[in-house]
Design a protein. Structure first.
Length: 542
């Protein structure tokens, strides 16, 4: 998911505008494991009220007499009011308070048993399901769940670690086309001008990416890759421009599938929507901001980012919110990798350098924040350059440290091991150590769990007598931090000659090296091939 990222990072005050996002970390309910959700929803043009019936299959992990689900209760005319809860067709007692639906079972339910619950409710969503008009004045309904806003309109465990299969059965006026997670199994015209649309996912998902969308759509079948259909869903008024723009998803899908592994879902639909973000990576049906349609394909990077999320974030998900860089850093770097593949390394490096400036600027404002920051209590603040751009740079540096072959083997192994599951940063570290044969504690500790980045200052002299270049590198960052990194030194000779590149291990605050060299160079540069996130690249001749 993402806001207009460049604007967001220049104006972090925007976080305060989204006061409806829950500020708690919404921990998992410890006694239950959701197996399947079946959401039946009735939408209307007469009002913004939705009528919901949810069937939820729950595996109990502990013997208990009560548990709770996440659901925002009715308050000041908005929120959901539950009218009935049944367990295995028998009525049970329930209560609502704040964002919790508490269910009292009336008896002990044993660990390892599975029971079905039917929850009937209705209300006007304050958030999560965005009911509004699009830029052309047409009424629309779009789920917009990230991070834990799904429980504004759906009863559930709203945490990425509790994955489940799901289905949506939407009854709406027949002038709406309905898109949702999974495979469409039914579309039926009913009496009174209504239509029933049924979508089902047999793949387990985090709740943040289970959604519906209902609007007037023009729909194009772009093509297929390895049996996966790619479609574009755009407002009819934007048909020509939208079809042109969103068709880029097909080559992006091909790149990601080739380099990561099989696509995890049954379709890839790219949908123009009212999401508040630049794009939201809903599983199998990505929602893009309505102004992403321009006709000039300027959203190519956005499309690549959201498609990459289908693997990283949706299928292999962070187990805890603090490790969200495993979603956002991966999607950001795989956008760069797609650009490298499509347009060449120089174009990729331009993007990395832009990201570096964003990271450095953020560090100046928030100097003590590491990538995995367990002090965060408001999920809004996970949407920072630490999760996106710095997380991306960590993967780029990891690629430089372990080498291309080990990097790609590690990425594919990590995804295969944690697909349709959850992972933490230590799981990625373990995989990368396994495939590379290297100990990487130092790398992950310094780049993930401590803030900042190195700032290098360097001097060089040429020793004519010994025919050697003497290089001195110092880490001069103000913080009492230290980074061990292999660092390339580029030595430029006569004009037109290829530079000589030597890699040095920077294992102290100040190090010096002697490099055999027949002639005095014209220039010496730090990190000529751009492999290290750092501030300061000037080498001064003494």
């Amino acid at each position: 998911m993402r806001f207009n990222i460049s604007l967001l990072f220049r104006l972090p005050i925007l976080f305060t505008l989204f006061s409806l996002l829950s500020s708690n970390l919404n921990a998992q309910e410890p006694s239950i494991d959701i197996q399947h959700y079946r959401f039946a929803l009735a939408l209307s043009d007469a009002s913004d009220e939705i009528i919901g019936k949810s069937d939820i299959d729950i595996l109990f992990t502990k013997t208990t007499q009560s548990f709770s689900l996440d659901l925002v209760s009715e308050q000041e005319g908005k929120g959901m009011k539950v009218t009935s809860v049944k367990m295995d067709e028998s009525e049970v007692t329930f209560s609502q308070k704040g964002e919790k639906l508490s269910i009292q079972l009336g008896k002990s339910v044993l660990a390892s048993s599975t029971h079905s619950f039917k929850i009937t409710y209705r209300g006007i969503p304050a958030d999560g399901l965005i009911i509004s008009k699009n830029k052309h004045g047409d009424r629309t309904f779009f789920g917009d769940n990230w991070p834990n806003r799904a429980h504004h309109w759906l009863p559930m465990v709203d945490h990425p670690a509790d994955k489940a299969t799901c289905e949506f059965i939407v009854t709406a006026p027949e002038h709406y086309e309905v898109i949702a997670t999974g495979l469409k199994v039914e579309e039926s015209h009913l009496a009174d001008g209504l239509k029933r649309t049924h979508w089902r996912s047999s793949v387990i998902l985090p709740t943040k990416v289970m959604v519906i969308g209902a609007a007037r759509f023009a729909i194009q079948h772009v093509g297929t890759y390895e049996g996966i259909p790619v479609t574009s869903w755009v407002y009819p008024q934007d048909r020509e421009a939208g079809f042109h723009d969103y068709a880029l998803a097909l080559p992006v899908l091909e790149y990601m599938t080739t380099h990561i592994g099989p696509y995890p879902y049954v379709k890839l639909a790219n949908v123009q929507s009212k999401t508040r973000y630049g794009g939201m990576e809903n599983a199998s049906n990505i929602f893009y901001a309505e102004n992403s349609v321009t006709g000039d394909r300027s959203s190519e990077r956005l499309i690549a980012h959201e498609v990459a999320h289908q693997w990283f974030g949706n299928s292999a998900s962070e187990e805890e919110w603090f490790h969200i860089w495993l979603s956002e850093g991966f999607a950001t770097y795989f956008t760069h990798l797609y650009i490298e593949h499509t347009y060449g390394r120089e174009e990729m490096l331009k993007g990395l350098l832009r990201d570096r400036n964003t990271v450095l600027s953020f560090h100046e404002r928030v100097p003590n924040a590491p990538i995995v920051d367990t002090t965060i209590t408001d999920l809004n603040y996970l949407l920072s350059p630490n999760s996106y751009q710095k997380g991306s740079w960590v993967l780029h540096m990891l690629r430089g440290v372990v080498g291309d072959d080990a990097f790609w083997k590690g990425i594919q192994t990590y995804y295969d091991r944690y697909k349709l599951s959850n992972a933490l940063t230590e799981d990625l570290q373990a995989v990368m150590e396994e495939v590379s044969g290297m100990k990487l504690d130092w790398f992950f500790q310094e780049w993930i769990y401590q803030p900042g980045q190195p700032e290098y200052a360097g001097t060089w002299t040429y020793d004519k007598k010994e025919k050697a270049l003497v290089v001195e590198i110092e880490q001069v960052q103000a913080e009492n931090l230290f980074f061990h990194m292999p660092l390339e030194i580029g030595v430029l000779g006569k004009k037109g000659e290829e530079p000589m590149v030597t890699s040095m291990l920077i294992n102290d605050r100040k190090v010096s090296f002697r490099i055999p060299l027949d002639e005095k160079p014209t220039k010496v540069v730090i990190d000529p091939n751009i492999w290290v996130l750092s501030k300061g690249k000037e080498m001064v001749e003494e």
